[in-house]
Design a protein around this ligand. Sequence first.
Ligand SMILES: NC(=O)c1ccc[n+]([C@@H]2O[C@H](COP(=O)([O-])OP(=O)(O)OC[C@H]3O[C@@H](n4cnc5c(N)ncnc54)[C@H](OP(=O)(O)O)[C@@H]3O)[C@@H](O)[C@H]2O)c1
Length: 308
Amino acid sequence: MKNLHIPAICVHAYGGPEQLQLEEVPVPVPAKDQVLIKVVASGVNPIDWKLREGLMQHPLPYIPGVEASGVVTAVGEGVFGKKIGDEVYGAVDGSYAAYAISPAELLFRKPTHLSFEEAAAMGGAKTAWGALFDVARLAKGQRILIHAGAGGVGHFAVQLAYNAGAYVIATASAENIAFVTALGADEVIDYKAAPFETLVHSVDIVFDTVGGDTTERSMGVLKPGGLLLCIVQMPDPEKVTAAGIRAVWGGTKTLAAMKEVHKMLERDLIKPYVRRVFQPLSQAAAAQEFSKNGGPGRGKIVLKISEE
Ligand SMILES: NC(=O)c1ccc[n+]([C@@H]2O[C@H](COP(=O)([O-])OP(=O)(O)OC[C@H]3O[C@@H](n4cnc5c(N)ncnc54)[C@H](OP(=O)(O)O)[C@@H]3O)[C@@H](O)[C@H]2O)c1
């Protein structure tokens, strides 16, 4: 397949959605320990538009996308446990393309009970697992406040914390309260109706997936010595000390987190929710704009690239 070209979205300069150019690029060739997949669906995450806008640096040019589901079409030297025809999902850099490569160990067998669209939406689960368990060591019986319980990360965090036996309080818009309750939250606070800090207190952990003033406002709802677990921004260290709490960055994504999440997915203990599917690949700009400005959300946004 070396000389073949495939459609892919390319970013040559930071900027608005117009920077997402549909182009023809050479099909990537899997190196040692890598797998080539035909991408069926790509997850669309806030990091995609943040990178495109230059809020975070990425070498240019690049193909956006960090996760996908698809079918294995070639394997590199040394790959065991993955073969041509396998249906897989996982971490895939450059997933806004008809084909993409990834290290074989970052791809997992797609459970048959999951659609390709659902499987492409699993990235938030490993973020949530890494933050809650690798970093915060969430334990049974602890009280946790999860901000944005309906969001791409938050809806997994609620399910994971519920499964761990924690007492789960989440924030969400009124239209998402029933959804977040069904995921396992003991209490859901409509954050638009009243300031959450007037309704919740004495939690062991706040998982902040929102940022902005939510980060600082969360300090007062923690027990003395409680943990503010951040994946968007870190608070001012002086304010953390003054509040008598701890703050930590939770944005680690380990292979161990992916394996744990995959085991739970196979046992049907967690479920990805897809908010909206955009298709075909040329809709990448619309999908990113929806991710940035789409209003109340419930689960993940997906870009469908091909039929399986
Ligand atoms: N550091 C890392 O490793 C890492 C990894 C993944 C994500 N992130 C970051 O984490 C953030 C969340 O990602 P995501 O994929 O979950 O985003 P997302 O799905 O786009 O988040 C949308 C959700 O945010 C909720 N929301 C918005 N403002 C809120 C507020 N003030 N209080 C409570 N909820 C609010 C909305 O809830 P309603 O619809 O109910 O209003 C909606 O469900 C992003 O900034 C992303 O870049 C970081």
